[in-house]
Design a protein around this ligand. Structure first.
Ligand code: F0G
Length: 726
């Protein structure tokens, strides 16, 4: 092998220097390094001057596929050095090369490390190639590992196995394998548990690991769906959804009582395959410490990033106050700065290592993926929204809402009647009421609740005019968290209240308005250490930024002239604006639309402030029929003010009668929305009639909530039109 320079190799493991578990050669005999150089030689690319810093989160020699992972790391690093980038789909074409580099004995392991998810492989004799199929893993599935100090040598372990199996055992295992694949593919977790029952390996390997049956039983009794010996051992793998911590502590307890020395680890399942990062800064080359960043407590660090996108560790991301420029560590859970303003997640340079074209290509490719996280209109943009390793997504999935063309020039009848109503040739309705719980809140909640779990919260709370509580209750139920909602008594629409009750939230009715409920819940969260999930929470705002990305993607990365949305607590205005500004900064789009924030005239503190040129802000006593936006003292005022200014946007107000009239117009073409959502359509109509928006401009009106949220308003809206007609 010819190479110009000798690379400097630095091999590290998240298992630190624990000699009992970690026995990685830190020189050129290391498998990662060997594969890297062999692949470069195969591609006839000289080895450049580089410092290789390989970090592996998998303990070697425990049947967890560490060798295959090292091979894939080396292979992908070589591909990247050779300038060969591979889309997720194209990666499947590397399986043959990977198996050859690994000497062909673990095609299943290398393919899984390459592609992520659960991968089934077989040699396709007719075409002389390895065939690999990836089955997406259920997004909320978590692995708990028990890694004993002793290892099982693969060869010696194989010698324990019988020469021949009975037909009954073969049929048993084949049936269970089929069940495992089918159950994982459809997310049937009981089926996954039933499938994890092996007769080929465990009964024989238990001979040198006598405590194995008791440890497996311990994991199952603590709520694991299933547990088994991992590969050839010695690690034990338990799969869980809600009972991760219980399983981890029960395994640790039983191992201790049986005198088995080892470590329990909660491992994130890999959905995307290995990643390679390049850091060309002089800093990275010369001043990095000797030891790798410690793994998150009990978690493997695996960036949710595509190749070369750059990733960020939780230490690099901070909470930031835009008002006074103070910074706080990410794990702080009081999201108000000491100056009183809400804190934001400062993403710094996240996403800037890759150009807009590459991001667009990646996000567009994901549209054809069958993986839950790619199908989510939030997690599809995960690298830009939550570049934190180790956060397990709690997803339905959400987003992916329709964008209905409704302008006069787009439809002569049907939906086009909304174009007639507003006086616009080109109008689109982005229906966020088509989210899983019927409102846009699910976009922020999927990230908020995932972070709540990441932080180890056991209870979450919010104040709400209804939609936030419905969304939080649903996602908290999915994550196995206690949910407490503070609702202004008698001021929450029937559909939303019913959802919170149905999804098992604890309801606290507050004798007062939303602003009072908001103050109460903030105090309770601080006093009782409960995780607050109002839009004061910056992670919710991050999730809601996905509205901007998804909308632009539906526009094939073109930009409408205006985006109009209803405004109450101002979280959505802020998030949409921040998302658009980031999309522009990252080169996803080449210009910005103007944002219009529409308030109800009876709940209009933002409008009044806008009228004063944002020189003053006075809370109001709110009163509007659109209960969702019946808010007088919005939490995100400062955030929203800056995005209106930065997008050359504006703020409008509409009377309740205009809202009802617009709602009737949206309802009767068969689309339908709740009253607050209709404020955006009412705002569009008013701005067109005032000559602010031109009839030929392209306008998107965001419908934030579903028609069924507020059944009482339907009759009122109908009456409103009858009155206009008579
Ligand atoms: N539209 C609907 C349907 C809403 O539920 C809300 C807010 C808004 C618009 C306004 O969005 O507050 O981000 O400016 N609902 C919150 C809730 C307050 O508790 O459900 P915002």
């Amino acid at each position: 092998m010819a190479h110009d320079c000798e690379p400097l190799v630095e091999i590290s493991s998240v298992w630190g220097n624990d000699p009992a578990i970690n026995a990685l050669p830190a020189d050129h005999s290391n498998l990662f390094y060997q594969t890297l150089t062999r692949r470069l030689a195969h591609l006839a690319v000289p080895v450049p001057a580089l410092k290789v810093r390989a970090s592996i989160g998998i303990p070697p020699g425990r049947g967890l596929g560490s060798s295959a992972t090292a091979v894939i790391g080396g292979l992908l690093a070589a591909e990247a050095i050779a300038g060969r980038t591979h889309s997720e789909k194209q990666r499947a074409g590397l399986v043959d090369a990977a198996v050859a580099l690994e000497h062909g004995s673990h095609s299943d392991n290398v393919a899984a490390a390459l592609l992520g998810g659960l991968v089934a492989t077989a040699w396709d004799e007719r075409n002389s190639t390895w065939y690999a199929v990836r089955v997406p893993l259920p997004a909320n599935l978590c692995a708990v590992l028990f890694v004993p100090v002793f290892s099982m040598d693969t060869i010696a372990g194989r010698e324990l196995l019988p020469e021949q199996y009975t037909k009954a055992d073969a049929v048993h295992n084949l049936g269970h394998l089929a069940l495992l694949l089918a159950a994982l593919a459809v997310g049937d977790l009981k089926g996954v548990g039933a499938a994890m029952n092996d007769r080929f390996h465990e009964p024989y390997r238990a001979r040198i690991f006598p405590q194995l049956p008791d440890l497996l039983a311990a994991a199952r009794s603590a709520g694991a769906h299933g547990a088994c010996l991992s590969g050839s051992g010695s690690a034990i793998l338990a799969l869980t959804t809600e009972h991760t911590r219980e399983v981890a502590s029960e395994l640790a307890r039983v191992a201790q009582s049986l005198n088995v020395d080892g470590r329990v680890v909660i491992a994130e399942l890999d959905h995307c395959g290995a990643t390679v990062e390049f850091d060309t800064s002089p800093d990275a080359l010369h001043h990095r410490g000797e030891n790798p960043a410690p793994a998150e407590e009990g978690l493997y660090s695996r960036p949710l990033a595509p190749p070369n996108a750059g990733s960020t560790s939780s230490e690099e991301i901070v909470l930031h106050c835009t008002a006074c420029a103070r910074h706080f560590p990410l794990k702080r859970t009081d999201y108000r700065c000491i100056c009183g303003q809400p804190l934001d997640v400062a993403l710094g340079n996240v996403g800037t290592a890759v150009d807009g074209h590459a991001w667009r290509q990646l996000f567009d490719e994901r549209l054809s993926s069958l993986q839950t996280i790619d199908r989510s209109g939030v997690w599809r943009f995960r690298e830009l929204l939550l570049p934190l390793p180790g956060v397990a997504p709690i997803t339905r999935p959400e987003g992916q809402t329709n964008l209905y063309p409704a302008g006069r020039a787009q439809h002569s009848n049907g939906h086009g009647r909304i174009g007639e109503f507003t006086g616009l040739d080109y109008l689109w309705l982005k229906h966020e009421g088509e989210n899983p719980t019927g409102s846009f809140k699910d976009r922020g909640m999927t990230i908020g609740v995932s972070i709540a779990r990441w932080l180890g919260a056991s209870a979450v709370a919010c104040a709400s005019t209804g939609n936030t509580s419905a969304s939080m209750a649903a996602y908290a139920a999915q994550a196995g968290l206690r949910a407490i909602v503070f609702l202004p008594q008698g001021k929450v629409a029937a559909g939303k209240l019913s959802q919170a009750i149905a999804y098992n939230a604890e309801i606290r009715q507050v004798a007062g308005d939303f602003d009072r409920a908001m103050a109460d819940v903030e105090r309770m969260c601080l006093d009782e250490g409960i995780y607050l999930l109002n839009s004061l929470n910056p992670f919710r705002i991050l999730g809601q930024q996905s509205l901007a990305f998804e909308l632009l993607q539906q526009f094939a990365w073109d930009v409408p002239d205006w985006i109009v949305l209803p405004a109450g607590n101002l979280g959505n205005t802020s998030a949409l604006g921040m998302g658009l500004l980031r999309a522009h900064r990252l080169g996803l789009v080449d210009r910005l639309p103007r944002i219009v924030s529409v308030q109800a005239a009876g709940a209009n503190p933002f409008y009044q402030s806008y009228q004063s040129g944002f020189t003053a802000f006075h809370p109001v006593k709110a009163h509007t029929i659109a209960t969702a936006i019946n808010i007088g003292d919005p939490v995100s005022y400062m955030r929203a003010k800056s995005v209106i200014q930065a997008t050359n946007g504006l703020v409008a107000q509409v009377a309740d009668a205009e809202i009802l009239e617009a709602k009737a117009a949206v309802d009767r073409v068969g689309i339908g929305c709740e009253p607050a959502s209709a404020a955006s359509v009412a705002g569009v109509k008013q701005l067109v009639s005032r000559g602010v928006i031109q009839p030929t401009e392209g306008v998107v009106a965001v419908l934030t909530g579903n028609l069924l949220k507020d059944p009482d308003a339907i009759m009122l809206a109908h009456q409103a039109i009858r009155q206009t007609i008579t």
